[in-house]
Structures are given as structure tokens and as C-alpha cells.
Design a protein around this ligand. Structure first.
Ligand code: KG4
Ligand code: ZN
Length: 336
């Protein structure tokens, strides 16, 4: 196992680099730098791929330099480089992958390609937390909502996922209907604290289906209809009711999966795991099931490079640095 890893993450609109150190089976963060072009995305109401890639290009070198400087390591002294190679926006991914390849080549370091989605889960292996296998993984981000069963490092079975929109996407689209900029999840969560979650009875699609799949697009349509029909609806109540519907779907299917596969541990990951109401409800259910719940702190739930470096401790380097290619279409369902 490598001792010090530089992680690089550029799958979407965040440019991130981090240096992590592993000692006595404990992974710690020496630096964790994230530069976001979210202000730009907010202005245009979402991520524009070309613009995101251009911002990645501007930020990548300063962000890597800062992460090394804060960690106290020179590039030449780290043991390996880890990089997100998919899924994501091709232009953004290319910036990280080609930079990582160049640095690995110049510094003569092993290069470890990491699936961004697997990376999210490994935020749970940083610091004191060290999940035990088998464990159930719930990934909830802006682009993904997936349930997987991990049996060991790198070995997992895909159990189910969203049939349409991701949970984060539903938060973002509904927030936009209320006039809030991207990403809208944190804004909905803030409004929800002052609203009534029972004010509107939004649908919980697929709740009674036998499979472990989700669906959120109908929820967004129901939200849009209420906005049109009920002009006096309070934003806070809409937000609280929407949040409750999304959380119910996530929690109920997660509990179903935990019972079906008789797991003793659950790991949660992705930007939506920064939602404290989701965490609170998952905690209540896990305690009842006597299952240990792992959720990273909010700054490790949203996109960052520390999680990419953490995942790399449990993976092998690529045999040929120069032929590594970004793969925007990687998923949990096919990449095993
Ligand atoms: O994992 P992430 O940073 O990027 C992707 O890989 O997609 O997730 C971003 C998503 C966005 O949809 C954002 O609105 C959502 O995570 N998010 C939240 C919260 N914080 C971030 N959703 C609900 N509540 C939050 N507190
Ligand atoms: Zn992500």
C-alpha cells in the first residue's frame, strides 16, 4: 500500500486536488483543495459542459500546487497519483486525466484510475471510520442514485438505481422552479427547516415495487403542478414536503435492501448525503435494524479529491500510464 497519494478530481464543475497519508491502516487528509465554477453555473442555471472544461483548465495547476503546498510534500516525494477517469463530462474529465498522466510520467509515479462513483463511497474510509464488509452502499448525488452491495474492496453487486432523474437532480430541478440557482439541494434543505413536511402530499413512486429501483421524475412534475395551481403555497412548505418525499423513497428502499441482504453496515455517499434530514432518518432506521451507519462529513459528501485518493489505496495502478483514457460513461452497473 502506498503511503502518500495525490488525488485529482475534475469530473464535473469542481476542480479538486488532495494529498492523503496512510499510516497504521488509518487514512488522513493532509490537504483537500476544491475550486468550484458553481458561481458561473448558477448564473446560467446549470453546468455548461464547455464552460466547465475551460474553468477546469484554468484551475487545475493552481489547485494541485496548493494541495501540495498545504500538505508539505513536493510532487516528487509523493508515492502515487490517483485520478477520476469517469463518469462525468468528457471535457472536464480530460483535463484531470491528461494532467495526472503528465505528472505521473514526469515524476515517475504509479497512476491509479478511480471511478468517481466508487470514489464517493471511499469518503467513508477516511479518518476514524473503517466500514466492514459486506456492506450496503447508497450513492445519492446530482447524477446518480444507486444501491450496491460491497463484498470486499473493489467487489460489489449492483442492486438497483433510479429509472429517470437522480435524487440530487430532483432537488436541483425543483429548486430552479422556485427560482434558486444550481445546485439547489442545499437551498431546499435550508428552506425545509422552516416548513411543514406534511403540507403537500408529493408522490413516492415505486415505493411498493418489489425491486430496489427509484424514480424521481414524477415528483418533479407534481412539484411543478402545485406551483402552477397553488399560487399561495409557501416556499418553505413546498421545500419541506419535497425533501420528505425524496428522503422517504431513499430510506425505504435502503432499509428494504439492508433487510434483504442482511447487512450489518451501510455506507452512504454523494452530495445528497450532505442533507442532514436524510442522515437523521437513516440513523433512526439503522438503529432499529441494529445496523452501523457510515456517512462522511458534508465536505466529503460533495465532489472532492480526498475521496478519490482514499479509494486509490485499495486499487491497483494502471499498467500503462500513457494509454489511460477518460471514460465519461462509466457506471456502477457495468464497471465491476
Ligand atoms: O456528489 P456531488 O457533489 O456531485 C455529483 O457527482 O453529482 O452531488 C451534487 C448534488 C447536487 O444535486 C446538490 O444539489 C446535492 O448534491 N446536494 C444536496 C445537499 N448538498 C448537496 N441535496 C440535498 N441537501 C443538501 N444539503
Ligand atoms: Zn460526485
Amino acid at each position: 500500500m502506498y503511503k502518500t497519494i495525490l488525488g485529482i478530481e475534475t469530473s464535473c464543475d469542481e476542480t479538486a486536488a488532495a494529498v492523503l497519508r496512510q499510516e497504521n491502516n488509518r487514512i488522513t487528509i493532509l490537504s483537500n483543495v476544491v475550486a468550484s465554477s458553481a458561481d458561473l453555473q448558477a448564473k446560467y442555471g446549470g453546468v455548461i459542459p464547455e464552460q466547465a472544461a475551460r474553468e477546469q483548465l484554468k484551475s487545475i495547476i493552481p489547485v494541485i500546487q496548493e494541495s501540495l503546498q498545504v500538505s508539505g510534500y513536493r510532487g516528487q516525494d509523493i508515492n502515487a497519483i490517483a485520478v477520476t477517469y469517469g463518469p462525468g463530462l468528457i471535457g472536464s474529465l480530460l483535463v484531470g486525466v491528461e494532467t495526472a498522466k503528465t505528472l505521473a510520467y514526469i515524476w515517475n509515479k504509479p497512476l491509479i484510475p478511480v471511478n468517481h462513483l466508487i470514489g464517493h463511497f471511499y469518503a467513508n474510509w477516511i479518518g476514524n471510520s473503517s466500514p466492514k464488509f459486506p456492506c450496503l452502499g447508497l450513492l445519492v448525488s446530482g447524477g446518480h442514485t444507486d444501491l450496491v452491495l460491497f463484498t470486499s474492496h473493489g467487489k460489489y453487486e449492483y442492486l438497483g438505481g433510479t429509472r429517470d432523474d437522480a435524487a440530487g437532480e430532483c432537488f436541483d430541478k425543483c429548486a430552479r422552479l422556485l427560482g434558486y440557482p444550481y445546485p439547489g439541494g442545499p437551498q431546499i434543505a435550508k428552506l425545509a427547516q422552516k416548513g411543514d413536511p406534511k403540507a403537500f402530499n408529493f408522490p413516492r413512486p415505486m415505493l411498493n415495487s418489489k425491486n430496489l429501483d427509484f424514480s424521481f421524475s414524477g415528483l418533479k412534475t407534481a412539484f411543478a403542478n402545485i406551483l402552477k395551481e397553488d399560487l399561495r403555497a409557501k416556499k418553505e412548505d413546498l421545500a419541506a414536503s419535497l425533501e420528505a418525499a425524496i428522503i422517504d423513497s431513499l430510506v425505504i428502499k435502503t432499509v428494504k435492501a439492508a433487510q434483504k441482504y442482511e447487512v450489518e453496515q451501510i455506507i452512504v455517499a454523494g452530495g445528497v448525503a450532505a442533507n442532514q434530514e436524510l442522515v437523521r432518518k437513516l440513523k433512526v432506521k439503522s438503529e432499529k435494524l441494529k445496523v452501523k451507519l457510515h456517512v462522511p462529513p458534508p465536505y466529503l459528501c460533495t465532489d472532492n479529491a480526498a475521496m478519490i485518493a482514499a479509494a486509490a489505496y485499495y486499487q491497483k495502478p494502471t499498467p500503462d500510464i500513457l494509454t489511460l483514457q477518460a471514460n465519461p460513461n462509466l457506471s456502477l452497473a457495468i464497471d465491476r
